[in-house]
Ligand binder design. Structure first.
Ligand code: PNW
Length: 455
């Protein structure tokens, strides 16, 4: 066996892992938690593969102490998790439920005791059902309710949590939730999807302002971002819909003219009010980047828009061939370098943090206490080399959080798709670190990508 030494990351580079409340917590009816749109959606037959729900998930709500110990054993410096809004405000507004806050209080304390920095995301898609019943993200009021909720969580955890992320992936929440209907709440109206996108941006702005006024030290927004690759006109339009729809308002206070025309065609412009761009454009410290793969597109006259992509008429989404993950997503680490250098050039005001990157593969069950997942190790290795290449070009990349710490509820795919670096047996709840977790432990403890072993 020979092990060559790989690229080294700078001191202070943040290494960690990520999760989200509905995907891991379970305890869906405990301690006063109200229902969310994901409870309703997953309990509706036909919505999620095999009828899976997040009712139990990884039972993290009861096992968080063991899970934190596991993270500590892997040497993680940071853990990104989300707070379940319906635990804090079971009806989406009004008085807070102290038992819901108690859980996150315990979690934060155990992370800090383990030397792990908590990175809180306030919204990772589990909208209280009561707010959906009043229009959900198509209603402007939901953005104001979000700011109240953000302030309530900060009031309890702000003395110990430094980094606050308002939203995770508003594109997915709006366009899969209200456009294609593949995610909760399962609505399918292009106009509603654009209205939801705007109100999510407004929620980010109002939430960021409330958090800053309450003294939050570091503010972030996490987006799913992908380079759009292919015929130039098609690529430019998909870049507008996916990336610039969120980046330009949040980081520049602008909405591209060509995008406004698309929005007007589908949703009208009545939901956009004077002053909204100013509210959305709050100073923030970090842009969280969730990167899985590029979007490959081609000119295809006559093609109707994909329901998740209103405005994408005459464009086809194509697979470039070559290797894919179990999600069918192409593996393209160079896309990450291209994305990071582009963001650094076009949006220089903000630090960059990779808040998700990782892959689902069809792992074997543990055998002899071990899970060999060489595909995941190769995926992580290549993407970290790609991130390092961007650092070498001067990009202000602050850290990397792998998706995900545990196998978990992968939304519409249920438990069939495993993204964890730790295997979870969903019958026994036993956790077994995969080879990728042990590889990652070596990386985070040395700051050097372990050499490719051969022989
Ligand atoms: C992200 N897409 O979801 C989420 O933040 C995670 O909760 C999720 O588990 C992870 O990525 C893996 O899927 C996405 O269709 C879901 O483009 C769908 C898309 C992108 C991201």
């Amino acid at each position: 066996m020979t092990a060559a030494t790989g690229p080294a990351f700078p001191a202070g580079f943040v290494w960690g892992a990520a999760s989200a409340a509905y995907q891991i917590e379970g305890a869906a009816r405990e301690d006063g938690r109200g229902p969310s749109i994901w409870d309703t959606f997953s309990r509706t037959p036909g919505r999620v593969a095999s009828g899976h729900t997040g009712d139990v998930a990884c039972d993290h709500y009861h096992r968080h102490a063991d899970d934190v110990a596991l993270m500590r054993s892997l040497g993680l410096a940071a853990y990104r998790f989300s707070v379940a809004w319906p635990r804090i405000q079971p009806d989406g507004s009004g008085p807070v439920n102290p038992r819901g806050l108690d859980f996150y209080d315990r979690l934060v304390d155990s992370l800090l005791a383990a030397g792990i920095d908590p990175y809180v995301t306030l919204y990772h898609w589990d909208l209280p059902q009561a707010l959906e019943d009043r229009g959900g993200w198509t209603a402007r009021d939901t953005a104001y309710r979000f700011a109240d909720y953000a302030a309530a969580v900060h009031a309890r955890l702000g003395d110990r949590v430094r980094t606050w992320t308002t939203l995770n992936e508003p594109w997915v929440a709006a366009f899969l939730g209200y456009g294609s209907g593949v995610h909760a709440p399962g609505r399918t109206d292009a106009g509603d999807a654009f209205r939801a996108a705007h109100h999510l941006l407004l929620a980010h702005g109002l939430g960021a302002r409330a958090l800053r006024e309450a003294g939050a030290r570091e503010l972030a927004l996490t987006l799913n971002l992908s380079p759009a690759v292919g015929d130039p006109a098609a690529a430019e339009r998909v870049d507008l819909l996916l990336n610039r729809q969120f980046l330009d308002p949040a980081l520049c206070g602008e909405m591209p003219e060509d995008l406004l025309k698309i929005i007007d065609r589908h949703a009208g412009l009545d939901h956009l009010r004077d002053g909204d761009l100013t509210l959305i454009h709050q100073p923030i410290d970090l842009l969280g980047i969730n990167y899985y793969c590029p979007q490959y597109v081609a000119d295809a006259p006559g093609t109707p828009a994909d329901p998740a992509w209103p405005g994408s008429e005459d464009i086809s989404f194509v697979h470039p061939g070559g290797p894919s993950t179990a999600m069918g997503w192409p593996i393209d680490p160079a896309g990450l370098t291209a994305l990071l250098t582009r963001l650094s050039r076009d949006y220089p005001s903000v630090g960059l943090l990779i808040t998700e990157n990782g892959a689902a593969f069809d792992d074997d069950a543990p055998s002899g206490g071990r899970v060999a997942d060489p595909d995941r190790v190769a995926y992580l290795d290549s993407h970290l080399r790609a991130a390092h290449a961007a650092l070498a070009e001067g990009v202000d990349l602050r850290g990397y959080l792998v998706w995900s710490i545990l196998d978990n509820f992968e939304w519409a795919e249920g438990y069939h798709k495993r993204f964890g670096i730790v295997h979870v047996d969903f019958t026994t709840q036993r956790r077994v670190p995969k080879d990728s977790a042990l590889w990652y432990r070596d990386l985070v403890t040395t700051g050097v990508i372990p050499g490719v072993t051969s022989g």
